[in-house]
Design a protein around this ligand. Structure first.
Ligand SMILES: O=C(O)CCC(=O)C(=O)O
Ligand SMILES: [Fe+2]
Length: 305
């Protein structure tokens, strides 16, 4: 399985042929593997560097400092989650990672570690949103929808920036313990910044875990469960996982989850339904699906404690 690299620099020309070509490339990648690497989105490099610097500085703090912004629950979906705080695979041991999760980061006024951390996070969130909107536009065109169809349904309520730290030198308790357990993402698309250290793996159609390389200046983008349902199974929500960090090298990554507003109903889009391929899933609301999945990843800990 190879994950295609797609150059989005033609997006801004608004040339109809360039957009059509992008839509075809995105459609193929999301139907085949559910994963693509995108270059040329035009995000400010400085914002990404500042966000990673902030993340590293925050995770280096003592536990007591980090816990002053402790994650309170799936409803807020905001704050610090300590090592072993989550089971992305609810059937596996806890993940060897810590995280700082920031849902709807432009409208969160409390619980920030400090002003600089907040400024960097909000700047990077804005950059990611700007890039994500281009990708959502191309996806809408690929699915025969008006170009702004998805943008209107992703106003920010469930859009979440997440700093991840896979610390060096953590000894897994078993082969089943990972940096991040096997999971599918919950929403529409995820943008993932790997910061030059690999570790992410994707399950291919032969049930083999394939390493995702770090490609300079490329953002990994994958589709999640709700896009799978919206597209009536056409766009994949592919299982992926992260290996534990190496003994001598920590891994930092940033994920940007682009998920629909809570009251958006997700049901098969007209272009994806036919008499031979009727709707495969009952309608659901985005909020319900996202809450159920987050809660499962937190509740799973109880079975292991
Ligand atoms: O750290 C990574 O590379 C991936 C993390 C991930 O898949 C997630 O947070 O959903
Ligand atoms: Fe993921």
């Amino acid at each position: 399985m190879t994950i295609p690299v797609i150059d989005f620099s033609g997006f801004d020309s608004a040339d109809v042929r360039a957009l059509k070509r992008l839509a075809e490339q995105v459609d193929r990648a999301l139907s085949n593997t559910g994963f693509m690497m995108i270059t040329g989105l035009g995000l400010a490099k400085r914002a990404e560097a500042d966000a990673f610097a902030s993340a590293k500085q925050f995770f280096a703090n003592p536990e007591a400092v980090k816990n002053s912004c402790r994650y309170e629950g799936s409803g807020a979906n905001f704050g610090y989650q300590q090592l072993l705080g989550e089971h992305l695979d609810p059937t596996a041991p806890a993940d060897l990672k810590e995280a700082f999760t920031m849902r709807n980061a432009l409208h969160q006024y409390n619980h920030w570690p400090d002003v600089e951390f907040r400024n960097h996070a909000q700047s990077f969130y804005q950059q990611c949103l700007f890039g994500a909107q281009k990708v959502l536009t191309v996806m809408a065109l690929a699915l025969d929808l008006p170009g702004d169809y998805f943008n209107h349904r992703h106003l920010g309520e469930n859009i979440t920036l997440r700093y991840l730290h896979y610390p060096a030198g953590q000894q897994p308790t078993s082969d089943h313990q990972l940096g991040a357990g096997a999971h599918t993402d919950y929403g529409t698309i995820t943008l993932l910044f790997q910061h030059g250290v690999s570790g992410l793996q994707v399950l291919d159609s032969r049930e083999t875990w394939v390493d995702v390389p770090c490609v300079d200046d490329a953002i990994v983008i994958n589709t999640g469960d709700l896009m799978h349902r919206w597209s009536n199974g056409k766009y994949r929500s592919t299982l992926h996982r992260v290996k534990p960090a190496r003994a001598d090298q920590a891994r930092y990554a940033i994920a940007f989850f682009v998920d629909p507003d809570s009251d958006v109903t997700i049901e098969a889009l007209p272009a994806c339904v036919s008499t031979t391929h009727p709707a495969q899933f009952p309608p659901t609301t985005a909020g319900q699906h996202i809450q159920d999945k987050i809660q499962a990843s937190l509740d799973a800990g109880k079975a292991y404690s």
